[in-house]
Design a protein around this ligand. Sequence first.
Ligand SMILES: Nc1ncnc2c1ncn2[C@@H]1O[C@H](COP(=O)(O)OP(=O)(O)O)[C@@H](O)[C@H]1O
Ligand SMILES: O=P(O)(O)OC[C@H](O)CO
Length: 498
Amino acid sequence: MKQTFVMAIDQGTTSSRAVLFNHQGEPVHLAQQEFRQYFPHSGWVEHDPAEIWQSVLNVMTEVLRKSGATPDQIAAIGITNQRETTIVWDKATGKAIYPAIVWQSRQTSAICDALKADGHQTMIQEKTGLVVDAYFSGTKIKWILDHVEGSRARAEQGELLFGTIDCWLIWNLSGGLAHVTDYSNASRTMLYNIHEQQWDEAILQLLDIPRQMLPEVHGSSEIYAHTAESYLDGCRIPIAGAAGDQQAALFGQACFEKGMAKNTYGTGCFMLMNTGEKAVKSQHGLLTTIAWGIDGKVEYALEGSIFSAGSTIQWLRDELKLIDSANDTEASAMRITSTEGVYLIPAFVGLGTPYWDSDVRGAVFGLSRGTGKDHLVRAALESIAYQTKDVLTVMEQDSGIPITVLRVDGGASMNDFLMQFQSDMLDTPVERAAVSETSVLGAAYLAGLAVGFWGHKDEITQMWQLGHYYEPKMLEETRQNLYKGWKKAVHAAIGYKA
Ligand SMILES: Nc1ncnc2c1ncn2[C@@H]1O[C@H](COP(=O)(O)OP(=O)(O)O)[C@@H](O)[C@H]1O
Ligand SMILES: O=P(O)(O)OC[C@H](O)CO
């Protein structure tokens, strides 16, 4: 039978998706399932690894059912994932020994503070390209080994395995045969030397993490394993691509040339610039990270990480009950012409680039008696654009490359008000890709390239299509005044610690 599709799995922070892509790179069928978020303490976020795995199996089955396709029509499977989220599991039973500690979770900030106080920040940044922060997997693994009784000794015996979500899924899909990850995911652990491309013994010793529990690191586009016979009607499909969701989005946006940048508006917001074969060091809190490794050649990116973007909109919906759905925010923001001086600082789990402050928490400034729901909703949307401006400004400084156009994608990029305000605030055109699900598209491309479904990256460049173009329209004076107000508000929030 002719193989018609590549199946890509996007295991995101709030939902799992499976999408079938055809030869034209079009998403022709999709299945999606949300799963539970656990907030056991202030600033902690956890997931159930078994529920994540089950949700992925469900969407894979569901997308096949919806499409009427049979598993033997699938040329390859690609995986993209919420990054840094950490799972430690028992190799014999396949059961996690603790819930997945999610990238947003702050439960290891004290470990990070101690690392910084002991002067390890520079060494860690030099080797891994990352700042010392609870965001990354390294301290999350340490925390699990410190808190689950007997686990460190078991890890030393080779009985426990660590993996980010890509690794957990490949291990499960392969029936426990492959314990592997790709370069882009390894580069988010704070344990991986991105220049030497190997796990770093000194950092492993510092965090007391046994080497034997870590996966093998592979390219982002190659066959790691085949699906086990117990799934997908016994059809053994090659699992042929993996990348962290932000790197996969850079790939899906066809940002293959040095200096090309994209911003993805999901739960958080992540701007990445391709820096080619050069790992550019940041002076302003950007991360240096591996974009992907293909055919033995690793390419790098500069990244700005914003922790709360779409999640701020979820908060308006789920906690404040100001809106019924995320889509309502656009009309709400457009009912007024400005927030009238209201700024919302969405530091629910601290602030990432360029502030890197784990302890700051959210705040609202500029309330007056006339402030209403629309002002708060608009301030929440604007906070996403202001944080993006913070990141873009330092990215241009650190790379020395002006960003002349910003490619955008992700759930919240569908909001026209937000995208226009973004373009206005940056004074830069914004291009929304026709396929806004670029992470999952990137995963499909990576897997499809590995099995010859697509021939070359140039084919992908040809397939990229513009969905919507936004041009800056705001007066320079207005832009400057609004942004000045944002900066004042952020610094006031940072200055206030309960
Ligand atoms: N029209 C919209 N306006 C603003 N935010 C939106 C809109 N649609 C979705 N979102 C937000 O985008 C996020 C979902 O985007 P998605 O790319 O699926 O995120 P993730 O991959 O992080 O789960 C949610 O946090 C949601 O609140
Ligand atoms: O699941 P998303 O799209 O919010 O992405 C999360 C990022 O990978 C965290 O680094």
